[in-house]
Design a protein around this ligand. Structure first.
Ligand SMILES: O=C(O)c1ccccc1NCC(=O)[C@H](O)[C@H](O)COP(=O)(O)O
Length: 215
């Protein structure tokens, strides 16, 4: 069974729908250096994070200028975990964790297996995505899930599979890559930045939650 993170939530109604659908984690995107309909300002990010209940991981997804900027964002927004897009080092990850005490999840492009191995010991999990040249996510593009399966076998960190996942392909992605978790942003939207609540629920079910032991 793969855990599920629903990413790029921009308003309370979509946040609640993701939680009701059974998401294990939610992603709120703030302070990114690319143009995306899923970005919210720092204040909105803090308000959304404050609405996340216990046992659901509120994840700040960001492209900070440096490790101190990441720490500053964490202190303002107060997430449970940070997903870092950009060229951050082992030292940066250690520093952010030591300063804030939260889990640090670097995002890497699926082709950058060397970087994944470099960060493995420092990271709490690694998000393997189909990223842009700037290292951003939300591309809606799938990649070779078998290569991610091979990569995951050589890492000790839990691997989160992202990139182009949808309610229709997530079951196949989980079967092929056997990730710790899957992550979706654009694949469950009704329009850019707004989630389709039916698609959210179907995504969570198809990721394998329906296989849980019935009550
Ligand atoms: O979603 C974005 O627009 C985005 C922009 C900049 C940095 C990260 C971003 N998203 C990060 C995520 O975790 C997405 O869920 C992941 O990249 C998958 O996106 P998608 O292919 O649209 O499902």
């Amino acid at each position: 069974m793969a855990r599920v993170k629903i990413c790029g939530l921009t308003d309370p109604a979509d946040l609640r729908a993701a939680i009701e659908a059974g998401a294990d984690a939610v992603g709120i995107i703030s302070s990114v250096s690319v143009d995306t309909p899923r970005e919210v300002d720092r204040g909105t990010a803090a308000e959304l994070v404050a609405e996340v209940p216990p046992f659901v991981t509120a994840t700040l997804v960001t492209m900070p200028e440096d490790a101190d900027h990441a720490v500053d964002l964490i202190r303002a927004i107060r997430p449970d975990a940070i997903q870092l897009h950009g060229d951050f080092s082992v030292q940066d990850i250690g520093y952010i964790r030591a300063e804030t005490g939260i889990k640090v999840i670097p995002a890497i492009d699926y082709t950058d297996t060397e970087r994944a191995h470099d960060l493995d010991a420092a990271a709490d999990a690694i998000l393997v995505d189909s990223t842009t040249d700037e290292g951003a996510g939300g591309t809606g593009e799938t990649h070779d899930w078998e290569s991610t399966a091979d990569l995951a076998e050589t890492l000790t960190s839990p691997v989160i599979l992202a990139g182009g996942l949808t309610p229709d392909n997530v079951a196949e992605a989980v079967r092929t890559a056997a990730p710790f978790a899957v992550d979706v942003a654009s694949g469950v939207e009704r329009e850019p930045g707004q989630k389709d609540h039916t698609a959210l629920a179907t995504f969570v079910q198809n990721a394998g939650r329906e296989l849980e032991v019935p009550v």
